[in-house]
Design a protein around this ligand. Structure first.
Ligand SMILES: Nc1ncnc2c1ncn2[C@@H]1O[C@H](COP(=O)(O)OP(=O)(O)OP(=O)(O)O)[C@@H](O)[C@H]1O
Length: 359
C-alpha cells in the first residue's frame, strides 16, 4: 500500500471509533493530520483539559487500528489535553506556567512561514525557490526547515553532512546558493524524525531557530510541515511572524485543507500574505503545449473569495522536479520560465510586505 492508502485505511478505521460526545474519532475536531512515512505512523488527539481519561479507550482503539493498517511501521498516537483557558489565579497560588512570551530572534528582521494544508503539494520546493527569489532582490535570506516529520531541505538544497557547531554549542547554518539554511534532517537517522511529540517538537524548533548563528537576516523563511499541528502552533507562540504564505495545488481537496490552514493562521492573528497555486498546469516537455489537467485556477478563485492576495501559479514541470532532486532549485540555475515564475512570486511577496510597511 502507498502512504496515502495507509492514511486512508487508518482514517476509515477511526471513523468506526466512538469518542465521548457521540461522534466518531475521524470526525473529532481534535484529531490531527495522520502522518504516514516510510517507517512510521503518527497522529495526535487533542482534548479539552480534564478529558484525557475519558478519551483513553478511544486512543487505545486508535492505536490498535493504526497498528493493523501500518504494515510494520512504528505507530505513535499521542493524547494531549489542550491548555485550559486563562483563569484568575486563586490568592496565594503560584501562576500557571504557560508558554514563554514571544521574543524576536536576534539578527532576524522578519520571519515568514510557508505552509500548506496537505502534504506533497510542493511546499518545500516553493519555499526554497521563493527564498532564492528574495535573495535575487538583494535581501539577506535564511531558510529553516521546520518540517521535523519529513525534512526535505537537505535534498532540495544539496546539503550533506551535519551542521558545524561552535564551541558554545551554537549551530553554524549551511550556506548554499546565497542562502543560510538550517534543517534537522542531517542530524537524524532513519525514521527518527517522526518520534517528535508536542513538547519535543517545540523545543527542537526553538533550538533550531534560536541556537543557530543566523548573522543578520532581512528575512527568515520557515518551511512548515503540512497541516496545522504542533509545530505551527509552537512557531506562532514563539515568535511574531511577518506573515505566512500558503501553497496549494488547484484540486478541491487540497484547497479545502489550505482553507483550514488559512483559518488557523487567521485565528492566531498571523497575516496571510498570499496563496500560491503549485502544479497549476502541465507543460508537455516534448511539444511545450499546456494542459490544465488539475482544474487550474482553483487557488486564485479561493484567494479572491477569502480576500487574501494571490501570489501566482507555478506549472508542473519536469525540470522543477529534476532540479529539486539534484539539489539545484530552479531559481539557482538561471532564468528558465520556471525560475521566472518563482521570482515573480517573490517580487509580489516583497511588494505585499512593503505595502504592509513590513519592509
Ligand atoms: N511545480 C512542480 N513541478 C514538478 N514537480 C514538482 C513541482 N513542485 C513540487 N514538485 C515535486 O513534488 C514532490 C513534492 O514536493 P515537495 O517535497 O516540495 O512537497 P511538500 O509539499 O513540501 O511535501 P511534504 O508534505 O512531504 O513536506 C517533489 O518530488 C518535488 O520535486
Amino acid at each position: 500500500m502507498t502512504e496515502d492508502d495507509v492514511r486512508k485505511k487508518i482514517q476509515d478505521a477511526l471513523g468506526t471509533i466512538e469518542v465521548p460526545g457521540g461522534s466518531s474519532l475521524a470526525e473529532f475536531p481534535g484529531l490531527s493530520d495522520i502522518i504516514v512515512t516510510k517507517g512510521a505512523v503518527a497522529f495526535a488527539i487533542s482534548v479539552s483539559p480534564g478529558m484525557e481519561k475519558a478519551f483513553a479507550p478511544a486512543r487505545t482503539a486508535a492505536e490498535q487500528a493504526a497498528q493493523q493498517a501500518a504494515e510494520g511501521r512504528k505507530v505513535m498516537v499521542s493524547l494531549t489535553g489542550d491548555k485550559a483557558p486563562a483563569q484568575a489565579a486563586p490568592k496565594g497560588a503560584s501562576p500557571r506556567p504557560g508558554p514563554p512570551p514571544k521574543s524576536p530572534v536576534p539578527g532576524i528582521k522578519h520571519i515568514i512561514a510557508v505552509g500548506s494544508g496537505k502534504g506533497g503539494v510542493g511546499k518545500s520546493t516553493c519555499a526554497v525557490n521563493i527564498a532564492l527569489g528574495l535573495v535575487r532582490q538583494g535581501l539577506k535570506v535564511g531558510i529553516l526547515d521546520a518540517d521535523l516529520y519529513g525534512p526535505s531541505l537537505p535534498k532540495l538544497l544539496g546539503i550533506e553532512g551535519k551542521p558545524a557547531v561552535r564551541d558554545d554549542g551554537i549551530f553554524k547554518p549551511f550556506e548554499v546558493h546565497g542562502l543560510k539554511a538550517m534543517s534537522i534532517g542531517p542530524m537524524l537517522t532513519g525514521t527518527q524524525a517522526v518520534v517528535w511529540r508536542g513538547p519535543m517538537a517545540t523545543s527542537a524548533l526553538r533550538q533550531l531557530l534560536r541556537e543557530t548563528d543566523w548573522g543578520q537576516l532581512d528575512v527568515l523563511v520557515v518551511d512548515l510541515p503540512p497541516g496545522t499541528g504542533d509545530i505551527q502552533i509552537s512557531l506562532v507562540q514563539q515568535v511574531e511572524l511577518a506573515g505566512a504564505v500558503i501553497i496549494s495545488t488547484p484540486q478541491d481537496l487540497a484547497l479545502i485543507d489550505a482553507r483550514k490552514a488559512i483559518d488557523m493562521l487567521t485565528r492566531t492573528n498571523v497575516p496571510v500574505l498570499g496563496i500560491v497555486e503549485n502544479m497549476s498546469y502541465f507543460i508537455a516537455p516534448d511539444t511545450g503545449s499546456r494542459y490544465d489537467i488539475f482544474g487550474h485556477g482553483g487557488a486564485k478563485a479561493a484567494a479572491a473569495e477569502m480576500d487574501i492576495p494571490f501570489l501566482g501559479e507555478i506549472p508542473l514541470v519536469m525540470a522543477i522536479r529534476e532540479g529539486a532532486d539534484a539539489g539545484k532549485p530552479a531559481v539557482s540555475s538561471g532564468d528558465s520560465p520556471d525560475a521566472e515564475a518563482f521570482v515573480a512570486i517573490a517580487e509580489r511577496l516583497a511588494a505585499t510586505l512593503s505595502r504592509a510597511k513590513i519592509f
